[in-house]
Design a protein around this ligand. Structure first.
Ligand code: SF4
Length: 505
């Protein structure tokens, strides 16, 4: 292992076009997405059915909470021993005929993949759905260098053909309906039948025929990994369509890009995660296709295997209490499916390949949070803090607490740079008014205007800036007809105003 690998200082904002960073704040991006009624309908339908399936299969597990505890404990152990376990994984992969590469950032990982593909003479690779390769922008990097990367997961294929971006970790084309998919196939898939309808079976058959041709001619495959087992050097990919199995077995060369946090210490640890993951992600008792491979087996499967271990901000996150917890994530997407914010905005509003509650924690951790004006600083606020994400997380990541911690850091960032925050200014103004009896009495008189603005419904819908920051997203109740101090004077005539102020405190 490179001696400088772990702990490489890295700030994501050095890479402004990283697929991990949005270009506009969450509220602005969400505003555009909320205007898309089709998106909201698709999201509501898809997330509610996945939620119901998950609840059913989780409910039938008497030891579910014990499994969650085990998953959490295994991940905590991995984080505590990450350097040692990574070296063990490297030794075992190498001993079984694989080659291990270390990539400190996206650029290095992309360069390694490109060189490996070029060495085979191939100009096209087939891909298994992989968050890590999306995170580093591998497809775009390869394309710029004359290598076509073909996504073989059906939803990823739809997104790729539409020149679109995934909007869900598990269901990347959740924002598309079947008529849109038919139109995309007809426009972008040269071998799509001219009489293709939007019947799901016909769409799947068209994609299958298209992909079969790719699988049978591909010489190189690129995958991610759900788990890497340190003790044996075994890699594991779980998927639902069998496309992954094709990629992992047919081509001559297999290149796997794995985030360094995906480690498990021993093979038996898989038992816990292969129960937690399918139930939490697709609501299935067992995963349909679970592929495991260890190095190279002569005469069987790819004869060349490269494993690229990707840091890309993870060692920085590991050194941080908040980031370390976020690295426990197994990308099941259960937290997205229960999040009321995600259900309305969809994934694109988060501006990162990692959307939803975990994305709001992970993205600022991996790429930094520069405070005022940085889109990442708005992500921790993309939550109602209802706690549903924590309840469903199979590895018990306390996302609401992490979001609150990150909100505090976003405020501190601004304070450290002497950027006046709206909250600070409002508190100072309130302190100035409330610390003086006359000023407070004058402010109370101003409340009469609020009652006028509230109208018959007693709700204020629009206020001028900076107060519009509040009414832009929610109504303000109109002030009551009688203030507390006035009520106190009426009901306690002997006590006086000073005591009213006391009681108010
Ligand atoms: S944070 Fe938990 S619930 Fe969300 S994707 Fe990760 S493992 Fe799943």
């Amino acid at each position: 292992m490179s001696s400088t690998f772990l702990g490489v200082p890295r700030r994501g904002h050095d890479h402004p076009e990283s697929p991990l960073r949005g270009t506009e704040s969450f509220p602005k991006a969400a505003h555009h997405e909320l205007a898309n009624a089709q998106l909201r309908r698709n999201l509501a339908h898809a997330t509610s059915s996945i939620r119901a399936k998950r609840a059913l299969v989780v409910g039938e597990m008497p030891d579910w909470e014990a499994l969650r505890d085990s998953g959490s404990a295994i991940k905590a152990d991995v984080m505590a021993r990450l350097p040692e376990l990574l070296e063990r994984l490297e030794a075992n992969v190498t001993a079984r005929g694989g080659v291990v590469h270390w990539a400190a950032d996206a650029e290095e990982a992309n360069r390694i993949v490109t060189e490996l593909v070029r060495a085979t003479g191939a100009t096209e690779v087939v891909k298994v759905k992989s968050m890590a390769t999306q995170e580093i922008g591998l497809n775009e990097y390869l394309e710029e260098r004359g290598i076509a990367a073909v996504e073989t997961d059906l939803a990823e294929l739809i997104v790729q053909l539409a020149h679109d971006k995934p909007s869900h970790i598990l269901v990347p084309a959740i924002h598309r309906n079947r008529t849109e998919v038919r139109d995309i196939f007809l426009a972008e898939m040269a071998d799509a039948p001219a009489d293709l309808t939007d019947e799901p079976r016909r769409l799947a058959m068209a994609a299958r025929e298209h992909l079969r041709r790719k699988f049978l001619t591909a010489r190189v495959a690129v995958s991610g990994a759900n788990f890497g087992i340190a003790d044996t050097g075994t890699l594991c990919v779980v998927e639902s369509e069998g496309n992954g199995r094709m990629c992992l077995t047919l081509p001559q060369t297999l290149i796997t890009v794995m985030g360094i946090e995906k480690l498990l210490p021993t093979f038996s640890d898989l038992e816990v995660f292969l129960q937690l993951l399918p139930r939490s992600s697709t609501g299935e008792r067992m995963n349909p296709y679970t592929s495991l491979w260890t190095g190279v087996t002569p005469g069987d499967g790819p004869q060349e295997f490269h494993l690229i271990l990707l840091d890309n901000g993870r060692t920085n996150a590991l050194a941080d209490q908040v980031g370390r917890a976020a690295l426990h994530c197994i990308r099941c997407s259960a937290c997205l499916n229960v999040c009321p914010v995600y259900e309305r905005t969809g994934g694109h509003a988060y501006g990162s390949v990692y959307p939803g509650p975990i994305g709001a924690v992970l993205t600022p951790q991996l790429t930094g949070m520069d405070g005022h004006g940085d889109p990442n600083s708005s992500l921790p606020y993309a939550s109602s803090l209802c706690g549903a994400c924590y309840d469903v997380c199979p590895v018990k990541i306390d996302i609401p607490s992490l979001l609150v911690e990150l909100r505090g850091r976003a405020v501190d960032n601004d304070r450290d740079r002497n950027i006046p925050g709206g909250w600070d200014a409002a508190m100072k103004a309130a302190a100035w008014v409330m610390s003086d009896e006359k000023r407070f009495a004058a402010a109370e008189k101003g409340l009469a205007l609020g009652r006028v603005l509230g109208g018959r419904k007693h709700r204020i819908r629009h206020l001028p800036p900076p107060l519009s920051a509040w009414t832009g997203t929610r109504d303000l109740p109109a002030p009551p007809a009688q203030t507390f101090r006035s009520w106190w004077r009426d009901t306690h005539p002997a006590a006086g105003t000073a005591n009213a102020t006391q009681a108010q405190r």
